[in-house]
Write a protein of this length. Structure first.
Length: 125
């Protein structure tokens, strides 16, 4: 997905959470960016958004939302639009149920001097 397309991304769909840590979090894999998987981080995996990017994920069942850093690829199960870390699932209130309907909105794409933020149209006319 292009950066311009990503900055307009706003989708509703099913979210799940994932924990790729092993041995109670002592040994972890790497994300698609080569970063260590941190189950206590507020991060997510998405199939097509540019990585890294920041998104706002809102639980449509209870109204809770959280801002996450997308730094990995996934989910690879058909029908799901985003996977979040266990901590993010807890903050969104769906860790026990495992799946939930969410809205995902991109806030920014990139890091550092390469970061581009979404420009919301605030003028009412």
């Amino acid at each position: 997905m292009s950066v311009d397309d990503a900055l307009r991304y706003d989708e509703v769909g099913e979210a799940s959470w994932y924990d790729e840590s092993r041995y109670f979090g002592l040994v972890r894999g790497d994300t698609s960016l080569g970063e260590k998987v941190k189950p206590f981080a507020l991060s997510a995996a998405h199939k097509t958004l540019p990585i890294p990017c920041r998104v706002k994920v809102s639980n449509l069942e209870n109204g809770k939302s959280v801002k996450l850093r997308v730094n990995d690829r996934g989910p690879f199960i058909p029908g799901r639009i985003i996977d979040v870390t266990p901590r993010a699932a807890g903050k969104l209130g769906f860790k026990k149920q495992g799946l939930v309907q969410v809205r995902v909105e991109v806030l920014s794409v990139g890091d550092g001097k390469y970061k581009r933020k979404v420009r919301r149209n605030w003028w009412p006319f």
